[in-house]
Design a protein around this ligand. Sequence first.
Ligand SMILES: *Cc1c(COP(=O)(O)O)cnc(C)c1O
Length: 425
Amino acid sequence: MDTSEKLFAAACEVIPGGVNSPVRAWKAVGGSPRFIQRAAGPTVTDADGVTYIDYVGSWGPMVLGHARREVLQAVQNALREGTSFGAPTAREIEMARTICSAVDSVQKVRLVNSGTEATMTALRIARGFTGRTDVVKFEGCYHGHVDSLLVRAGSGALTLGVPDSAGVSPETSRQTLLAGFNDLASVEQLFAERGAQIAAVILEPIAGNMGVIPPAPGFLEGLREITEKNGALLIFDEVMTGFRVAYGGAQEIYGVRPDLSCFGKIAGGGLPLAAVGGRADVMDVLAPLGPVYQAGTLSGNPLAVAGGLETLRQLTQPGVYQRLEEKGQLVEEGLLRAVRDSGITACVNRVGSMFTLFLGVDSVTDFESAQAGDTEAYGRFFQGMLKRGIYLAPSAFEAAFISLAHSPDDLEMTVRAAAETLREL
Ligand SMILES: *Cc1c(COP(=O)(O)O)cnc(C)c1O
């Protein structure tokens, strides 16, 4: 037994499944999860001292790479002044201003602790603002573990094959209406049937939690039109895409303006911070101004805000997103070459520095085509890559993330490992 295996056995005695978030247990790919001791730049190092090139990036936040000096310094500086006050701080204004100026559609913003809290709050705001009950979500989109949104959700829920979690009451999920990603007609039909009850449409503008799936041309625009016409709000869950695909998120790339947006992951730079923001008139329904209650003991936590602010500041340096795009291109081209040479059926979906290699399918545009992928082959691919020092997400239905710290050499090595692994599959 190596150290990770021993630690996992010990963890399983006191933590359900040995982990604090299900996909970390590697159920979908087999084997024992690596326990991570430390991380630096593009790499993570496990409890046995083995170092891997990392494409999980803490599931998205680490766009600068791990343990970036400036971010650690900012957190250390904040740390000296105390860890939490439960009272407003000047840094929170700076954080709110930063998000508002980064994302055109956001005029006011509230900080919370996790992406889950952000989407939960967005739905409550939408219901409070419109006085309506129902919410449209898309198959395969994941919005955190909010009760009402754990219906045909992506990510861990998808991997484990429990799209509807036990413990969620049917009453809760009855107000969640399901549509197909990239299928405008399915949304039009829901609005035709019960448009007067629909408070909001929520989606990942670029799906990331069933693997990466970009929106089809006209899809986001169509949603904007339908929601506007019917008096429902459009919510972009940019917890993954925000500050990742562009500084202004997916909405900057596609030029569609939602009423509300959710951020997390990169916004906290690896510390627990997320945000919900949008139109000022909508956001002002929140307490203490309005009747929609929302609160948090640690909201706007000084350490998290300091780490997030410094991360976002680093992302305003010129050429950052161009560099991420070039790194993404290098990997995409390399993987496609490796796929061709191996003769395996597979495709790569990518937007900027987030991508997914789907095995066993030649095109993925929605939940159904993502599900058609070969998850067993992915398990073998994952293990083959791990053996060669590449740490991928332990599930076929995830995005891989490239950071600014990944050098061309790291990326070339990854592509070579993929070519070897695919040949062995
Ligand atoms: C990760 C994620 C969430 C949930 O965020 P947590 O911080 O894990 O609660 C919500 N929406 C999307 C799109 C995500 O990728």
